[in-house]
Design a protein around this ligand. Structure first.
Ligand code: 0O2
Length: 267
């Protein structure tokens, strides 16, 4: 196939990856803006390279005409979670969405692959609007923990080196490592509540400080420099106390001051 035709074939998949990244990143933002724990830690995506598509076509005996139907991971999204429990939550979020349809699920977490690979896979059908109109295309979403991702990334690079023939002794080591990953994920799940509490308080403080700094910055436009410097010094003192209640109180007082200036400027 000519390079230009490959481009035309892959363009809608790039659009799908771009849109899906925006949507999944927005799920993270929405959770964090509301001070909620996000089951998605981070997300990335890619369009499969032409070389990788060709390799899969040979391996699976797929003809040029069947690429889009039979190679379902041309558009690929990878969602990484902190804890195993988060994976189910992400799966449910995806199933409830109205902008994508789940076509197939593969649970390599409860049914680990012979290689030791663990991950939850979903094939979705996703509509994209191109200059030729709306098209429904397949995309693969892989959902896994950070620990599973660590294992899969390393193992994937070995597959690249050894193709299908990873030596037995390395395969055994990888299997042991995969079992160790199960233990790590379990140990992390045991302290999940603690970790989530710590992360939530940290994010709440971060958001509050961001609001306060925004407020102070806006005051520069309406209040005297002396007044803003006084407020700023007060903020540094409160911040050093490392007391969330004091910080919240300061933020409320600052809101009242800002509101006062806003009302004045409208008169
Ligand atoms: P790439 O380079 O990541 O795109 P098959 O390739 O026949 O095993 P199938 O039927 O297309 O797989 O679907 P499956 O099993 O769900 O695998 C799709 C993708 O999952 C793979 O894409 C890998 O990304 C990942 N994967 C599956 N098995 C393994 C594994 O044992 N180790 C690692 N590291 N990743 C795995 P590609 O096209 O193989 O590769």
């Amino acid at each position: 196939m000519e390079i230009q035709l490959w481009r035309e074939l892959l363009d809608p998949y790039q659009l799908a990856v771009d849109e899906l990244l925006v949507k999944f990143n927005h799920i993270i933002t929405e959770h964090r803006n509301r001070g909620l724990y996000s089951p998605i830690e981070f997300v990335d995506g890619r369009v499969k390279s032409i070389e990788s598509i060709l390799e899969k076509m040979c391996r699976k005996d797929v003809s040029m005409n069947d690429i889009e139907e039979k190679i379902e991971d041309i558009a690929g999204i990878r969602i990484t979670c902190q804890f195993v429990e988060d994976i189910d939550r992400v799966v449910n979020i995806i199933k409830q969405r109205t902008d994508m349809k789940v076509k197939q699920e593969k649970d390599y977490i409860n049914h680990m692959k012979a290689s030791g690979y663990r991950s939850y896979h979903m094939i979705i059908v996703y509509p994209v609007n191109t200059i030729e109109g709306c098209r429904e295309i397949n995309a693969e979403i892989q959902i896994r923990t950070m620990a599973m991702n660590f294992w899969a990334t390393i193992e994937h690079s070995l597959q690249y080196k050894y193709k299908e023939n990873i030596p037995d002794y390395i395969q055994q080591k990888l299997m042991h490592a995969s079992e160790a990953i199960i233990e790590i994920d379990k140990a992390m799940s045991d302290v999940r509540d603690e970790i989530m509490d710590a992360q939530n308080s940290h994010r709440k403080k971060e958001n509050l400080v961001k609001d306060i700094l925004n407020n102070i910055q806006n005051l520069y436009k309406v209040a005297s420099k002396r007044e803003v410097t006084r407020i700023q010094d007060e903020f540094y003192k409160v911040y050093q106390m490392d007391d969330m209640m004091q910080l919240q109180h300061f933020s409320k007082q600052l809101d009242i001051i800002s509101e006062g200036y806003r009302a004045q400027s409208l008169q």
